[in-house]
Design a protein around this ligand. Structure first.
Ligand code: EPZ
Length: 430
């Protein structure tokens, strides 16, 4: 079974280039099928979730022409199905974006309900609330969402919770509805803005993305476009924590520093140095770092997808830190794995109390989900001795060339799929 084997203790140094944003790309690929003309998407991250999404798009009959790892041409003209195969839903949650895209374009959609996942129940009640407000009849039948509308008309929708997925899904469903739809209490993440900019480049009329009120004036149809996805804020933040936790000095290129402000602020509070450039940030990890408190919030607050990574970094700081996870109800599963490496974290409800330790000691651990898996790799890179991280399929869903990028900045990490290969790595790096 594939795993990462890591020899810790080397301060990372050098330059790493960030890939396109996975969570923007998933919404953008779904929206791409809403045109009957060629849509070219560039700067795609070459990760498992994206590749599964492209398979699903092919499956419903759209043309998909992968020009290279990071570029794809899609044309929705030949779509013959408004129902998405269950197999794809099980593999990625974001396939629920097909409901908004197919409903918005064809007024009909049949998409299996996404399962929960390891970080919480992940309901889609707000998505459904938005579709119904636009005039669709939505019912759940044998595990699938059936959405149908004679016409879609503008609505004034107020989300009960701030939801990235519901904001993107309802934005797509309303771009060709009659009149002006208003979404209140919308999510403001960078990837919401990216999806809105993408749809506008196809001829949509969306204003206010990035604020909590988005106005969408329906248009007749969407034309083709060429569009490059923004850099991945969470991949960038992951490498920022990696530099801090290993007391390294890393230049992280192809980023939008503004998207990283919450992470930068916390790393500086802890005593690290963060230098901002136009499209890069440099993180210099301090030898001795201070504790601080974190509360995950919708953007521009501290991102929930960075909670495991900052918790590992705080585990190596002096003193006691409090991390409050206010978005998902089950996002501390990595704490038990960190305990095997000497981590000292107690979880009470949605708060983790972290007592700083001098260093982790290497152990065999298992990734419980995507971001927790990345956090365990950070712990292994800082730890004394060897760490094996299992279940790395989670990590490969969202990080492109993860081990290659880490090796290129001095990290001693290898992807192995046998004990023999792991033993050879141990011998080689000693
Ligand atoms: C997106 O998930 C991201 N996934 C998640 O990233 C990210 O953690 C999350 O946004 C928050 O930023 C993708 O973009 C593919 P939400 P999403 O709807 O859209 C509740 C990663 O690591 N809620 O913003 O599913 C929900 O339970 C992944 O890349 C409802 O109650 O998240 C949660 O508590 C993990 N009803 C909160 O809102 C709904 O209808 C935020 O969820 C929808 C959501």
């Amino acid at each position: 079974m594939e795993q990462y084997i890591i020899k810790g203790g080397t301060p990372l140094s050098g330059e790493v280039t960030i890939s396109g944003a996975k969570n923007a790309a998933l919404g953008i690929l779904a929206a791409a099928i809403m045109s009957d003309e060629d849509v070219v998407v560039e700067n795609l991250p070459d990760v498992r979730d994206i590749n599964v999404m492209l398979e699903a798009i092919m499956e419903i009959g759209a043309e998909v022409d992968r020009r290279d790892r990071h570029t794809v041409r899609i044309n929705g003209r030949s779509i013959k199905e408004v129902s998405v195969d269950d197999e794809f839903i099980r593999r990625i949650r974001a396939s629920y974006y097909f409901i908004g895209a197919l409903l918005g374009k064809y007024r009909h959609a049949r998409v299996p309900l996404p399962g929960g996942c390891n970080i919480g129940s992940r309901p889609i009640d707000q998505h459904i609330k938005g579709f119904k407000a636009l005039g669709a009849e939505v019912r759940i039948e044998s595990g699938a969402v059936m959405a149908d509308a004679d016409i879609l008309r503008a609505a004034h929708i107020y989300f009960d919770v701030v939801s990235v997925g519901a904001t993107i899904n309802v934005m797509m469903a309303s771009v060709m509805a009659e009149g002006q739809t208003i979404i209140e209490n919308a999510a403001k993440e960078p990837h919401i803005v990216d999806v809105a900019n993408f749809l506008n480049s196809m001829g949509a009329n969306i204003r206010g993305a990035g604020t909590d009120t988005i106005r969408i004036r329906g248009v007749q149809k969407l034309h083709g476009t060429e569009y490059a996805i923004i850099p991945d804020q969470i991949e960038a933040g992951t490498f920022m924590c990696m530099a801090a936790a290993t007391r390294g000095n890393v230049l992280i290129k192809n980023v939008i520093p503004k998207h990283l402000e919450a992470i930068t602020a916390k790393l500086i509070e802890m005593g690290n140095e963060v230098v901002e450039y136009d499209e890069a940030v440099r993180v210099i990890g301090a030898a001795s770092q201070r504790h601080t408190d974190i509360k995950t919030l919708p953007y521009p607050g501290f991102p929930t997808d960075m909670q495991p990574q900052i918790s590992v970094t705080l585990s190596l700081a002096e003193g006691t830190s409090m991390v409050t996870e206010s978005i998902f109800e089950n996002r501390f599963k990595y704490v038990d794995e960190l305990a095997r490496m000497g981590g000292n974290i107690k979880v009470e409800g949605n708060v983790a109390v972290i007592d700083g330790i001098r260093n982790f000691s290497g152990a065999t651990v298992s990734a419980p989900d995507l971001r927790a898996g990345a956090a365990l790799v950070i712990a292994g890179l800082a730890a004394e001795g060897f760490t094996a991280v299992e279940e790395i399929g989670y990590i490969q869903r969202g990080y492109e060339n993860f081990e290659e990028k880490i090796s290129a900045i001095g990290g001693k990490i290898e992807l192995v799929d046998s004990e023999r290969e792991a033993a050879k790595f141990r011998l080689r790096v000693g």
